[in-house]
Design a protein around this ligand. Sequence first.
Ligand code: G3P
Length: 216
Amino acid sequence: MKFFIDTANLDEIREAASIGILDGVTTNPTLLAKEKGKGDFRTILKKICELVDGPVSAEVIAMDAEGMVKEAEDLAKLHKNIVIKIPMCKEGLKAIRMLDAKGIQTNCTLIFSPIQALLAAKAGASFVSPFVGRLDDASHVGMDLIEDIATIFENYDICTEIIVASVRNPLHVVEAALIGADIATIPFKVIEQLTKHPLTDIGIKNFLEDWKKVDK
Ligand code: G3P
C-alpha cells in the first residue's frame, strides 16, 4: 500500500519524506487555508512537488465543468506530478472525462458511496478518495465503503486507485491495508502514531539500561 500525507504543511511533508515512506501528497482548500501567511498556494504546491516525487493532489474550486477544466489546466502547469482533485458531482464527472482526454490525471474527492466511486472510475478518474473518518463521524462504518469499492473495482478490473481519505487513526490505516486499498492518505499526527507502540518504548528503555551492565 502506498502512503500519502494529507497536508499542505511543508515542515510536516519534509519530516514525513525524511522517514522514507512517502509516496505522494494530498491537499484540499481547507489544508491550504491552514498555511495562510506562508506564501501563495501555487508556490506552496510547487514546493511540495519538489519535496516528494509522487502524485500531489490540488483541488479545483469552480463548480462547472468548463471552469474546473480551466483551473485544472493552470494547476497542471505547476508540475508534472500535480493531480487534479475534482469534487464528486455531475459537473465534476464531465470535467474528469475532459481532463482524461487531455491526459491530465484526476482524483475524484468527497466520495461517500460505492456508486459514486464507480461513476468516477467510469468517467476516467485516476484516483478516487472515499472519506472514512467523516462517515465514522456520521455513525456509518467508513471502512465498509472501502471494502465495497474494492470489490466493485475488482469485479470489473478497474485500474482507478483507491485513496483511503479522512484517515483519523492508525486503525484506519491497518484496515485499509487489510482490505488491499491502493493508498492511504494520512495526516502527519497519525503517521507519527504509526511508528509507536508502548512495548517498543519499554523494550528500548530496557535494552539501554541493560547495556550499561555489559562489560566493555
Ligand atoms: O483530504 C481529504 C480528507 O482526507 C479530509 O479529511 O479529516 O477533513 O475529514 P478530514
